[in-house]
Design a protein around this ligand. Structure first.
Ligand code: FE2
Ligand code: FE2
Length: 263
């Protein structure tokens, strides 16, 4: 199966199974001989239960002290599952939006899709174990609102890998601790899996930032210059800054220090 076919199937799937689709044989069954023309931006299809909700329908994210209450755990996991769903979709969208991107960029992106599908499944299953269904609560479209401006692979990497996912290097361990304090070891374990994978995803961003970076600019300058107006560097970090995770991702020391000093 061609990557563009896979991406189209995922993006326009109207079932959760469709969002999790991979051809039999997985990555080894995929080819990229016909990336096609750049596709104009369009919003994803969704199962009805996961349609983007209006702002006044949204539920409040639980207080960190309340993750031991299963209803609050469901709320938190539901929010995280929605982030994974948007990540899957935005990665599929990128395969369609950037047919001319280097082949290793497109291949790497496809590996990230598989990871994000796995993350989505982990959350969906955990929500079910706690007695609810993904789609029971309203979902927002935060990542999607940024998409129309991501006109180049570099801007995409800066938004997705180096802002949303970089922020998760701080958020995931924090929420792991919240679940642990609440006695929910299983949800804590999932947060740790996500954290380890996210280091690789930020690493993908770090490698392509370096690839696209003009020689006269630092990596941090290139990052800031390619952020679209919905994003700013502060969104790429949490309260508890994890410099070591960023080093493991391959971000350079100057970039890490610049991130740490953004408030
Ligand atoms: Fe993820
Ligand atoms: Fe990720």
């Amino acid at each position: 199966m061609e990557l563009s076919t896979l991406a189209t199937r995922i993006l326009f799937a109207d079932t959760l199974e469709g969002k999790l689709f991979l051809p039999p044989g997985g990555l080894s069954a995929l080819t990229d001989r016909l990336p096609g023309e750049a596709r104009a931006w369009s919003a994803p299809s969704r199962p009805q239960a996961l349609a983007i909700a209006s702002r006044n329908q949204r539920v409040k994210f639980p207080h960190p002290d309340n993750f031991g209450d299963p209803q609050m755990a469901i709320r938190a996991l539901h929010t995280f599952a929605n982030h994974e769903l948007m990540a899957v979709e935005l990665m599929a969208w990128a395969l369609l939006a950037y047919p001319d991107a280097p082949a290793p960029f497109r291949a790497g992106l496809t590996r990230l899709i598989v990871d994000e599908q796995r993350h989505l499944s982990l959350y969906v299953d955990r929500i079910a174990e706690l007695g609810a269904t993904f789609g029971d609560l309203p979902v927002n479209d935060h990542f999607w609102r940024c998409a129309p401006e991501l006109s180049t692979p570099l801007k995409w990497v800066c938004a997705m890998n180096l802002t949303f996912e970089q922020g998760n290097l701080d958020h995931a361990p924090f929420f792991e601790e919240c679940f642990q304090k609440g006695g929910d070891e299983e949800s804590a374990r999932i947060m740790n899996i996500i954290y380890e994978d996210e280091i690789h995803h930020v690493g993908f961003g770090a490698r392509w930032l370096e690839y696209f970076r003009p020689e006269h600019q630092s990596s941090f300058e290139t990052y800031v210059q390619n952020l679209t107006f919905h994003n700013e560097p502060t969104r790429g970090r949490g309260e508890h800054f994890d410099a070591n995770a960023r080093r493991r991702a391959g971000l350079d020391q100057d970039f890490i220090e610049a991130m740490e000093s953004t408030t």
